[in-house]
Design a protein around this ligand. Structure first.
Ligand SMILES: Cc1cc2nc3c(=O)[nH]c(=O)nc-3n(C[C@H](O)[C@H](O)[C@H](O)COP(=O)(O)OP(=O)(O)OC[C@H]3O[C@@H](n4cnc5c(N)ncnc54)[C@H](O)[C@@H]3O)c2cc1C
Length: 503
């Protein structure tokens, strides 16, 4: 948007790293009040306001209940003080201000909570998001403004002239083809991989990160039967945990342990699942969650800055840093999904300064990314789009699903169905996703593989009891027309997804 010619390469699919493995919250960070990081909370609260405005289909308000039981680390007076501070740092412009609740009111709101020892609690507001689709929408917005974006293209080496980084060698992960990209400024925004990419510039670069691993588990919502988001302290170790609603499902998170695995080989362990289930059972005794109830899991690495103060994993700062290496490459590390726009704007300021100093380029005014809607976010009131969907015969639950995923771009999906009504069929009833979405994912959303469609575009991987496997072939067939795949390739792509999902 500042007129810089920009290329973005992602070695895998967009959002496939940490950014589709978060707690899916766009939040001020209530927890950071405990570590005194008030500036961070202020910034995150501002970003929450912005994202609710520019992407109302992907970021939506979520009410929370924070119950307090006898013996909890967070006591009622402490919670009350924290709640006031949280509202204050949102400049009293949160969705609504908080309310402290007595024991009865907490139980009225969430009857399944353990009654024994319950003292009261609070209701407050934050926002939930579709993390993977938010990444995608942001990259697509950049494309609309002229950026070249390529997924499955990884940086394998950096080119240097007179010591300065002047571009990158890249490899197409799907075809094996190699190419060079020349660039006046190179930015390394690779989350938990950032230190690895920095070693391409300087083999001896000291690590900036000390990542921590976080795991979530998904269960049927009816088992916990909660209405709102619930935030509570684990009776096992006093850490703050969430139970969050996702349609008919609930996800529980998260752990926070020093990472021992590299970012490309993360897996959820039984111990991590048991910790989350036991903590939840202690607060919702009738849920009786066991390993068999787990419908899906995901694990991610928080790209956190190494802490010079030696703080424990949960207390490690969520702040970010922008640094420049010996060859001038700009690296951005730390932070969180919520504040991505603020981090990006700092990075682009730095890049613009570099271009001015080194190449004498003219100063460019900052742009209003806080006002520019992300694709699909042009209108918050989607009632006209709802009516239109019903008119053309889309099932009501699929209409709601389309509005939540695509916002105003649901119109484009309807058009695909207008041209071929068979595309309005559901892919895997009763899941509301319809076939037209697969074409949209390939044509507009850079989906290259069945996994891209199933996991990060349509979410069948997390939301369907069999991880969407029974639809893998149909998805591959629909993609085949767009990608010119022959029958053997359709077979291969479907099988590759099945193997991935089973693993
Ligand atoms: C369990 C957990 C819960 C979280 N919950 C929240 C939350 O609720 N709210 C919130 O705001 N934040 C949350 N966060 C933090 C947030 O998810 C991360 O800060 C954010 O997603 C990091 O984004 P990123 O782009 O820096 O990294 P990533 O999303 O990991 O992206 C980096 C990308 O770089 C690519 N890459 C790496 N090497 C190369 C290369 N050589 N060439 C090309 N591409 C490369 C990778 O493939 C990857 O996709 C959570 C994090 C975790 C782990």
């Amino acid at each position: 948007m500042r007129g810089l010619r920009t290329v973005l390469v992602e070695q895998n699919d967009l959002g496939s790293g940490t950014s589709s493995r978060s707690s899916r919250l766009v939040h001020g960070g209530l927890r950071y009040l405990e570590t005194g990081e008030l500036r961070l909370v202020l910034e995150a609260n501002r970003e929450r306001r912005v994202l609710l405005r520019i992407a109302p289909h992907l970021v939506w308000p979520l009410p929370f209940i924070f119950p307090v039981h006898r013996g909890d680390r967070v006591t009622l007076p402490r919670l009350a003080a924290g709640m006031w501070l949280y509202d204050l740092l949102a400049l009293f412009r949160n969705v609504r201000t908080h309310r402290m609740l007595g024991k009865r009111a907490v139980l009225e709101a969430e009857p399944m909570l353990r009654e024994r020892g319950l003292l009261g609690g609070a209701r407050f507001y934050d926002a939930q998001c579709d993390d993977a689709r938010l990444v995608l929408a942001t990259a697509r917005s950049a494309m609309h403004h002229g950026a070249l974006v390529a997924n499955y293209v990884g940086v394998v080496a950096l080119d240097r002239t007179a010591g300065r980084v002047v571009g990158a060698q890249v490899e197409d992960r799907l075809s094996g083809e190699r190419a060079a990209i020349r660039a006046s400024v190179v930015v390394n925004a690779t989350g938990p991989w950032a230190d690895r990419v920095r070693t391409l510039e300087d083999a001896g670069a000291a690590p900036l990160l000390r990542p921590t691993k976080g795991v979530h588990v998904v269960v049927d919502r009816s088992r916990i039967d909660h209405r709102d988001g619930i935030i509570f302290t684990s009776p096992i170790d006093g850490r703050v945990l969430f139970v969050l609603p996702w349609g008919d499902l609930s996800y529980i998170g998260t752990t926070d342990t020093d990472a021992t695995e590299p970012p490309d080989r993360l897996a959820t362990t039984a111990d991590e699942i048991i910790y989350l289930l036991r903590s939840t059972n202690a607060r919702f005794p009738s849920a009786r969650l066991g390993l068999d109830d787990v419908r899906a899991t995901w694990a991610g690495l928080r790209p956190l800055l190494a802490d010079r103060n030696g703080r424990s994993t949960s207390n490690r700062s969520r702040d970010h840093a922008v640094v420049q290496g010996s060859g001038g490459m700009i690296t951005v590390v730390g932070g969180k999904l919520t504040t991505y726009r603020a981090m990006a704007s700092e990075v682009v300021d730095r890049a613009a300064r570099e271009l001015r100093h080194r190449e004498g380029r003219a100063r460019r005014a900052a742009t209003r990314t806080d006002e520019e809607p992300l694709p699909g976010g042009e209108a918050a009131d989607l009632s006209g789009f709802r009516e239109r969907g019903l008119e053309i015969g889309v099932l009501p639950e699929s209409v709601e699903h389309l509005l939540r995923h695509y916002g105003t771009e649901a119109a484009g999906i309807y058009n695909l169905g207008g041209a071929d009504r068979r595309l309005l069929r559901r892919l895997l009833p009763p899941h509301p996703a319809i076939e037209a979405e697969v074409l949209h994912a390939v044509r507009r959303e850079l989906a290259q593989t069945v996994e891209d469609v199933m996991v990060r575009r349509l979410h069948l991987y997390y939301e369907h009891p069999e991880r969407g496997i029974p639809a893998a072939r149909r998805v591959a067939e629909l993609m085949a027309g767009e990608r010119a795949w022959d029958a053997a390739r359709v077979e291969r792509e479907a099988r590759r997804y099945e193997e991935f999902a089973r693993r």
